[in-house]
Design a protein. Structure first.
Length: 427
């Protein structure tokens, strides 16, 4: 869906914010008739790519539209590729999008507006501003503002831990001991599911959790990206300790992991058939559907014997950006300012098991995620390593084969070869 042609029509961000401050609220998105030119509003297209929260964003859009008379926002949740939209010169006027390697290409190519002069940019906590910047920047510009931060760690069953006298592991040695204890009791220590498109449960779980507590993920990929095609065997050199840990953990996984889906994992954990589960907070709601009374908590997975190196896996689940080419900059910025009002952004994140990116924002209140809070508050966080690897590299397939064969050297060599090939192609 395209936004309607036309200029700003006298819209200013200050004018809209005065109107928004009046606090009018609508219960539903009003039907859009034409482009709204007759009522003097500027219509902008707002692209959002997280299908499970469409209703919440529809309410935000309705609230904003009802609160002022200068801008009409049209919510677009069409699941279409965004690159062709830029290629056709028809990108959205503003977007709230999952932010990882692919999305960051828009930043590094300089096609997104600089938002650094907006007050909202200064409200972002430095750790989360750095998280977004770790995927690449354009000059010294601020091209994306994190809207929602997802923190993840190992999900575990506190009841099973208590029954078997196992404390939450803070070191690798303690994790191994915990796995040995559960295995001896006939309980699957670590449940993993590998039957999924792209093997995403494997990459975001085992790969990201172990890598994040083994090396400086952001620094590793920052140097890798800066080196371009001149890089030589970076994964073999930098990821070897993490890969070894991943291989060591395979003996504690459920033996049928390759045939189990994400839904199988939620069912097994909800039924109490595993002590730990390598999934993120998105699985908590599904586990509750299986068993509303399932005991659930979370902790960062340790991969060394130094607790100070254990980190929570974080990612920019949603980031807001505005294309440089839109002729409706002021209208888009006005809506961005609304989205980053503390009552809006904090409420969204509290309701969706995520962390607000704002300075001084309340911690995620769900007790199931309380075990991640010490790491988050101490800034012991790392971006998921898999989010830096484009889909052109079959990371999940490579890792699955390494777990089957125990051959971490070939796994790392494949990553080296593919990364260098893509770097040379894009140079």
């Amino acid at each position: 869906m395209r936004s309607c042609p036309g200029g700003e029509g006298g819209v200013t961000r200050r004018r809209v914010l005065r109107a928004v401050g009046a606090g009018a609220v609508a219960a539903a998105v009003a039907p859009l008739v034409g482009c709204g030119a007759s009522d003097g509003r500027t219509t902008i297209r707002f692209l959002m790519n997280k299908p499970e929260v469409v209703d919440q964003f529809a309410r935000m859009v309705a609230d904003f539209n009802a609160s002022q008379q200068a801008v009409r926002v049209v919510l677009d949740t069409t699941p279409v590729a965004i690159v062709p939209q830029f290629a056709r010169g028809e990108p959205p006027d503003i977007a709230c999008y999952n932010y990882r390697a692919e999305a960051a290409l828009f930043t590094t190519k300089g096609v997104l507006s600089d938002l650094g002069d907006m007050p909202e940019a200064a409200q972002i906590a430095p750790a989360y501003r750095d998280l977004a910047a770790s995927y690449g920047t354009y000059r010294d510009e601020t091209s994306v503002l994190p809207f929602s931060i997802t923190a993840a760690g190992t999900i575990y069953n506190p009841r099973l831990f208590a029954e078997h006298g196992v404390a939450v592991p803070r070191t690798w040695s303690e994790l191994v001991t915990a796995c040995e204890t559960f295995a001896a009791a006939g309980i699957t220590p670590l449940y993993s599911t590998h039957r999924a498109e792209g093997l995403w449960p494997l990459t975001q779980g085992l790969f990201d959790y172990v890598a994040g507590s083994t090396l400086d993920v952001a620094g590793f990929f920052r140097n890798l990206i800066a080196a371009g095609p001149a890089v030589s065997a970076p994964f073999t050199t930098g990821f070897a300790p993490a890969a070894r840990r991943m291989i060591e953990l395979r003996r504690w996984l459920n033996p049928d992991a390759d045939t189990r889906t994400y839904y199988d994992g939620n069912l097994a954990f909800g039924d109490g058939r595993a002590a730990m589960y390598l999934q993120g907070p998105w699985a908590l709601g599904e586990i509750a559907k299986v068993n509303p009374d399932a005991p659930v908590a979370t902790f960062p997975l340790p991969a060394t014997d130094d607790p100070a190196l254990t980190t929570a896996r974080v990612n920019v689940d949603l980031g807001v950006w505005i294309p440089r080419s839109t002729r409706k900059q002021e209208a888009a910025r006005a809506f961005l300012s609304y989205l980053f009002r503390p009552d809006v952004v904090n409420s969204y994140n509290a309701a969706n098991l995520a962390q607000s990116p704002l300075r001084g924002a309340p911690a995620q209140p769900d007790p199931r995620l309380a075990g991640l809070r010490p790491a988050i508050e101490a800034n012991r966080i790392q971006p998921g390593a898999s989010t830096f690897v484009t889909e052109a590299i079959p990371l999940g397939s490579y890792l699955q084969e390494a777990l089957q064969t125990g051959d971490d050297a070939t796994f790392l060599h494949r990553l080296d070869t593919d990364w260098q090939r893509l770097a040379a192609r894009s140079a």
